[in-house]
Design a protein around this ligand. Structure first.
Ligand code: CP
Length: 309
């Protein structure tokens, strides 16, 4: 059965059956299955926060399935004259945009958009503040499924700047739901036990390197920190980073992941980014196929429910 979703804004809102359907469809696209939307479908990429991977892999995915792509440039738009997010999206909805892919620094920015009775577009969340990053989460699951063929019983460590990370927030919930054993590590000031202990167990990184199947490193999100005068890259790398010494202790079949952009020699030794067990480039490649599957699911819903912009 094909997946049909009106919006994709949070991993928690998507059923496990639909998640598994999206993962399998992404893998099918990677293996060469073709899809073309047929009817004219306009997609706007609206990034109010910087992006390389998410924005441009959505654009590639949209073009691969035959969508008409509109790239919104917030810096050169009427946002600079004070236009709100809602009024900007209302404009795009009025122009006939079918799907808006939006990244915005505010947590849950999408709620007022999906609650609106006026807006006719579907929404795909390209990342909201420290909230959710559903396309990154799904491409991470595609990468894990490709590697291991399953999730149940896999030991996955999520390491680093946990409290500021929408990647951690999306992945811990889904990995837990899919039956993986989740572990956390990193600075304790970025670890909120009340939130994270529901999904996994905190351990020092040196206790995890020999134990886990997947070592998922997180970017230190300086843009979400306040005063950082005490932050030292070399101290962070030594205490919490994936050094060559730690990498060499990992299990032979284990893999290293990172959503990127990578701060080389901070979260991970620069020479490990393209190491044998690194899947960082594979994650970026899988992003295109995953986003094709997400777009297709939204197009399926709109087509079945006869929704037109
Ligand atoms: N991983 C990720 O979201 O990268 P970008 O910020 O470049 O989109």
């Amino acid at each position: 059965m094909s997946v049909k979703l009106k919006h994709i804004v949070s991993i928690e809102d998507i059923s496990t059956e639909d998640i598994l359907g999206l993962i399998d469809r992404a893998i099918a696209f990677k293996r060469g299955v073709k899809m073309n939307v047929g009817a004219q479908t306009f997609v706007a990429n609206m990034f109010f926060e910087n992006s390389t991977r998410t924005q441009y892999s959505f654009e590639v995915a949209e073009k691969k399935i035959g969508c008409e792509v509109v790239n919104f440039n917030a810096q050169a738009s009427s946002v600079q004259k004070g236009e709100t997010l809602y009024d900007t999206v209302l404009t795009f909805s009025s122009l006939g945009i079918d799907i808006a892919v939006i990244r915005h620094p505010e947590d849950k920015y999408y709620q007022e958009l999906i609650d609106s009775k006026t807006l006719k577009c579907s929404f795909i969340n390209g990342g909201d503040g420290s909230g959710q990053h559903p396309s990154q989460c799904l491409l991470d699951m595609v990468t894990i499924k490709e590697e291991f063929g399953h999730f149940k019983g896999l030991k996955v460590a999520i390491v680093g700047d946990l409290s500021h990370s929408r990647v951690a927030r999306s992945n811990m919930e889904l990995l837990n739901r899919l039956g993986a054993e989740v572990y956390f590590s990193g600075p304790l000031e970025w670890y909120n036990p009340t939130e994270f202990n529901k999904y996994g167990t905190y351990l020092p990184i040196d206790d995890l390197v020999e134990k886990v199947d997947v070592m998922m490193m997180l970017r230190v999100q300086h843009e979400r920190h306040g005063d950082e005068t005490s932050f030292s890259k070399s101290v962070y790398h030594k205490q919490y980073g994936l050094t060559v010494e730690r990498y060499e202790k990992m299990k032979y079949h284990s893999i290293v992941m990172h959503p990127a952009p990578v701060n080389r020699d901070v979260e991970i030794d620069g020479e490990l980014v393209e190491a044998l067990r690194s899947r960082i480039a594979a994650q970026m490649e899988n992003g295109v196929f995953t986003r094709m599957a997400m777009l297709e699911a939204v197009i399926n819903y709109r087509s079945e429910n006869l929704i037109q912009a």
